[in-house]
Design a protein around this ligand. Structure first.
Ligand SMILES: Cc1cc2nc3c(=O)[nH]c(=O)nc-3n(C[C@H](O)[C@H](O)[C@H](O)COP(=O)(O)OP(=O)(O)OC[C@H]3O[C@@H](n4cnc5c(N)ncnc54)[C@H](O)[C@@H]3O)c2cc1C
Length: 393
């Protein structure tokens, strides 16, 4: 019999990994088992927010946020995969530190700048970050964002609203995208670092999900941001945002793989242990067929994920095509795998305390955030068709 690790462990993607990654994976599994897996799922939004704070501290103290700073994308993928398999909330916490820190890393602000100070704190787990791009009227269509920043003396005055922002209300600092030149479209979008205690920035309310995840809305009302809190140069915010998503989409795919791997493990254990009609579920071919498809989906998802991360780590400036393929396929595959796991578990699979029920609630959002599956398909087609796509864009 083949160990399930041959599908879920680092062997499948070994060709894309260095020795340091394999070592990291085994330390990581120990950390996750000892410090994360035993913590119960928070029962309400307030508890989820407290737990997210705890996780940032734990990840920082353990040095698990360092690969973000080192821009070791394969290590980040391994970390998200492992965290997502035991706690989707811990995974989200890691993801948000990466999302808020990456624009600062790309713009390479030096020591002594606010960006450097915040980056240091984010990577040590001493500050919580958030990435504020989406607005009520601007989701997939980022160029439609209405938050404005106008220059006034030494400051930028921000006005507008952001919606569906992870860590809204608990973040210490927000990486914010706002238009500094509305006439210039995406070339008029700039990126700012806004500490949570800046006067004029307000947390306007939580948006509560069925899976514990701190999400909410923030508003800017004549919020004065010092000039040295602009990240990069005016008008480069959209590019900075897209480069950040380009790099981190592979890690969303990795989180999907982690959830799917856990679901497959749970399904296998149940199929082997449960008897109906005088036989173990594992003996029924209809169950075997499901397990076969789940394993293929997972192995393919992991290969696409680590190919994208490897390409970036090898020095590719943009991995748009690889990252979009990985994100689209892995998140869709994970949804199918988790759904099949619930089916194999039967009634137990929909009980709130069962791990696959939590995975079922958690996996859904991955097909939406950091660009929906539909957007990934469009990005891939654009890469392949170039100007021949005929939409003038
Ligand atoms: C759990 C969670 C966490 C999030 N965290 C953050 C965060 O931290 N920061 C942040 O900025 N945002 C965050 N978001 C927002 C997320 O990025 C958006 O939800 C996402 O980009 C989609 O935007 P939308 O929800 O407005 O959907 P819409 O853009 O309105 O899309 C709705 C549907 O229409 C489809 N669609 C749209 N345009 C087209 C088209 N041209 N062709 C075909 N189909 C199309 C979409 O694929 C989708 O199926 C988060 C979302 C979730 C669910």
């Amino acid at each position: 019999m083949v160990d399930a690790r041959q599908v879920t462990g680092s062997e499948v993607v070994r060709a894309f990994l260095e020795v340091r990654h394999v070592e990291l994976e085994s330390r990581l599994r120990g950390f996750a088992a000892a410090e994360i897996a035993s913590r119960p799922e928070p029962q309400d939004d307030d508890a989820a927010r407290r737990e997210a704070r705890e996780f940032v501290g734990l990840l920082g103290a353990g040095g698990w946020l360092e690969p973000i700073g080192a821009q070791d994308l394969r290590a980040c993928c391994l970390i998200r995969e492992c965290l997502a398999s035991v706690s989707p909330l811990a995974d989200a916490v890691f993801a948000l530190q990466a999302l808020s820190a990456t624009p600062l890393l790309i713009s390479a602000s030096g020591p002594g700048t606010p960006a450097w100070e915040w980056l240091t704190r984010l990577l040590a787990g001493e500050a919580i970050g958030a990435f504020a791009m989406t607005e009520p009227e601007a989701g997939s269509d980022v160029a439609a964002l209405r938050t404005r920043a106008r220059q006034e003396g030494d400051a930028w005055m921000l006005n507008g609203r952001k919606s569906l922002i992870s860590n809204a209300g608990i973040a210490d600092v927000y990486t914010v995208f706002a238009s500094t030149d509305p006439e210039a479209g995406t070339r008029g979008i700039s990126c700012f670092l806004v500490p949570a205690d800046t006067p004029g920035l307000r947390f306007t309310g939580a948006q509560v999900m069925s899976e514990p995840h701190p999400l909410g809305e923030i508003a800017f009302e004549e919020c004065a941001v010092p000039a040295d809190h602009l990240i990069g140069v005016p008008g480069q915010g959209f590019k900075l945002g897209m480069m950040t998503l380009d790099r981190l989409r592979a890690t969303v795919a990795a989180a999907a793989c982690g959830m799917a791997a856990r679901a497959l493990d749970e399904a296998l254990a149940h199929a082997i242990g449960r008897e109906q009609f005088g036989r173990r579920l594992a003996e029924f071919q209809l169950i075997q067929e499901k397990i076969g498809r789940m394993a293929i989906d997972l192995a393919a998802a992991r290969l696409l994920t680590y190919r994208a991360a490897w390409a970036r780590d090898e020095g590719a400036d943009r991995v748009t095509l690889e990252a979009s393929m990985a994100k689209a396929f892995a998140t869709e595959a994970a949804q199918r795998i988790v759904d099949e796991a619930v089916q194999i578990l039967g009634g137990r699979g929909v009980l709130a305390e069962h791990p696959v029920d939590r995975l079922y609630r958690a996996v859904r959002a991955l097909r939406i955030y950091e660009g929906t599956t539909e957007m990934q398909h469009l990005i891939i087609a654009r890469q392949l068709l170039g100007p021949q796509r005929g939409d003038g864009g």
